[in-house]
Design a protein around this ligand. Structure first.
Ligand SMILES: [Fe+2]
Ligand SMILES: [Fe+2]
Length: 242
């Protein structure tokens, strides 16, 4: 499905409900009736083209319009990335933690140790995810916005050039790991080795959430690596050449 400006937003969600959290990142709430994507975007003050590129690239990995997405102002991209971070840390991770705690609570004495393993794994994962996100928010985003502002205002000076030489986005690019990959091990642990639970719907719910988080994080990393990094690299080149 290719979403265009005249597609009804309700149809998009019927097609793939995993887009719901993406809509929230654009401050779009449910209750959109028969309105089209264009109508909703203009009501909410959302940049139509940017919205379409993000939604379509989520629906189809092969669609990824790297050059088009790269033409959007960096602040849109950073804003979208930050909102995704908030979603993971403040909503998704606590939700999964709660489900795992419930699993442990309901476990029989002989199974508790196995479930504890799942809990410990997730605690470790959470710490790694937060560290990954903090590093991006504290170091990378301010740097990117600074370059963007300098370029927009035509204020490239020797100080900025020195900063680019020192901080180059390539360092982040080389170091950027796929934080979603580790979720595979956790899912595998649950699928292959978890002792049967009395409450199978609870363990299913945990697995569903892990699958969803993994998918969402994968899409997120793709935007960082295929949109943000190349765009910043181009700006750095421009600054060093100016
Ligand atoms: Fe990120
Ligand atoms: Fe990242």
């Amino acid at each position: 499905m290719l979403v265009t400006e005249s597609t009804k937003l309700a149809d998009v969600i019927h097609h793939n409900y995993l887009l719901l959290p993406i809509l929230n990142r654009f401050n779009i709430q449910l209750g959109f009736g028969n309105k089209t994507v264009k109508e909703i975007c203009s009501e909410q003050g959302v940049h139509l083209q940017f919205f379409l590129e993000i939604v379509n690239s989520f629906l189809d990995n092969d669609y990824f319009p790297e050059t088009e997405l790269q033409s959007f102002p960096l602040k849109y991209i950073i804003d979208y990335i930050k909102r995704s971070h908030v979603f993971y840390v403040e909503f998704k991770v606590p939700q999964i933690e709660k489900l795992i705690a419930e699993l442990l609570e309901k476990a029989s004495v002989e199974n508790r140790q196995s479930y504890k393993l799942i809990q410990n794994f997730f605690i470790e994962y959470k710490a790694e995810l937060i560290e990954h996100i903090d590093k991006e928010e504290d170091n990378i985003h301010p740097y990117v916005l600074k370059l963007d502002e300098a370029i927009q205002n035509n204020k490239v000076d020797s100080e900025l050039r020195a900063l680019v030489k020192k901080e180059s986005i390539t360092l982040y690019a080389d170091d950027h790991d796929n934080i979603e990959d580790k979720l595979f091990d956790l899912k595998n642990l649950m699928i292959k080795y978890l002792p049967p639970t009395e409450d199978y719907s609870l363990s299913n719910a945990i697995l569903y959430e892990l699958f969803r988080l993994e998918r969402d994080l994968g899409d997120h990393s793709r935007i960082e690596e295929k949109v943000l990094i190349p765009k910043v690299e181009a700006i750095e080149k421009q600054i060093l050449g100016a």
